[in-house]
Design a protein around this ligand. Structure first.
Ligand SMILES: C[S@@+](CC[C@H](N)C(=O)[O-])C[C@H]1O[C@@H](n2cnc3c(N)ncnc32)[C@H](O)[C@@H]1O
Length: 312
């Protein structure tokens, strides 16, 4: 009938992620920055992100050491074929919470000179505003989550039908929370009376690396938009898959990558399942009007045909 959520780190430590009936609890995404200093921050961050869907319906899910062998092979390739005398600017796109980007950066850094490495993902920045009883999480002004007292209401993502069926009382409380306290807080925010704080949905390891190493950057980026700079390498792992983009969108994505690569730069792409499983993908060299596959892994990229047929 009634569903409360987890609204503080101490509550999370005490009660965990599942109810005593084994159902997963609604843990507020606004807790993300607060768990970063916990001893098991990586695990907690991963669990919080597991429930958090982006605007395109994707979850930020990835694993450490997902591509160890692949990364080693790619680094050896770049060492032998680098267009920039082994000094590279790299853009790793669709990195989720950035764990695999850290792995790749460290592998590259052990054998090549990395000038800068930009790891980006879609929808990785959120804003939080709060007053005493109410906490709102927004993405580009769109309200995603309302915390009101002990309640956590996710407004984006799936599960609405199930929520309405199981928790009719919570539906009423959500209505009240949205129409009164949340509305009031939003009004104060838009009037400039309250400031927001930003949350970055990257893993603790990626955030630590970005603050420690001035060559490693984390940013938000939608690959359907032009990339922010040129680079020698664009890497897109578990991203160039038909489940994410239509054919027209692939043309846009490939155009953006082509424009972002220096002459003779490389597109590295591939997909796999869990950590350490074999990668199906390829290394493509930028040509004047498209891409040429110069190295194939497994059965190749699931969109190998689209990449090869792409013309600027
Ligand atoms: C399966 S994860 C892959 C993460 C990481 N590259 C890896 O291989 O472990 C796919 C990621 O693509 C991101 N994504 C989906 N659409 C995107 C877009 N239009 N632009 C950038 N990233 C996108 C999602 O946010 C998600 O984090």
């Amino acid at each position: 009938m009634l569903k409360t959520g987890i609204t503080s780190v101490s509550e999370l430590r005490e009660k965990g992620f599942n109810s005593r009936w084994g159902r997963s609890k609604s843990v507020s995404i606004s807790l993300y920055p607060e768990i970063l200093n916990e001893p098991d921050a990586d695990r907690l961050a991963e669990r919080i992100l597991l429930h958090f869907m982006d605007d395109r319906g994707a979850f930020k899910r990835t694993y450490t050491a997902r591509f160890d062998d692949f990364d080693k092979t790619v680094c050896a390739f770049l060492k032998g074929n680098s267009p920039a005398q082994k000094s590279l600017i790299v853009q790793d796109v669709g990195v989720s919470d950035g764990r695999t980007a850290c792995d790749f950066f460290e592998e590259l850094d052990s054998s090549l000179s990395v000038i800068s490495f930009f790891a980006s993902d879609y929808n990785s920045c959120l804003d939080v505003i709060e007053s005493s009883f109410t906490r709102l999480t927004l993405r580009a002004s769109r309200l995603l989550e309302v915390v009101w007292g002990p309640f956590v209401f996710y407004l984006a993502g799936k599960g609405e039908h199930e929520f309405r069926k199981r928790y009719p009382l919570s539906v009423l409380i959500r209505w009240y929370a949205l129409h009164f306290p949340a509305k009031r807080l939003l009004r104060d925010y838009h009037a400039g009376k309250i400031r927001s704080r930003e949350i970055l949905l990257f893993s603790p390891r990626a955030l630590r690396l970005a603050s420690k190493d001035k060559r490693f950057f984390l940013e938000e980026h939608n690959i359907l938009e032009p990339l922010k700079r040129q680079s020698h390498v664009v890497r897109a792992m578990n991203l160039l898959n038909p489940s994410y983009f239509t054919r027209e969108e692939f043309s846009q994505v490939l155009r953006n990558i082509h424009i972002a690569l220096y002459e003779d730069g490389f597109l590295i792409t591939g997909s796999n399942q869990d950590a350490g499983t074999s990668v199906q993908g390829g290394i493509y060299c930028k040509t004047s009007s498209g891409f040429k596959e110069i190295r194939r892994f497994g059965n190749g990229s699931s969109i190998a045909q689209i990449i090869e047929n792409f013309k600027l």
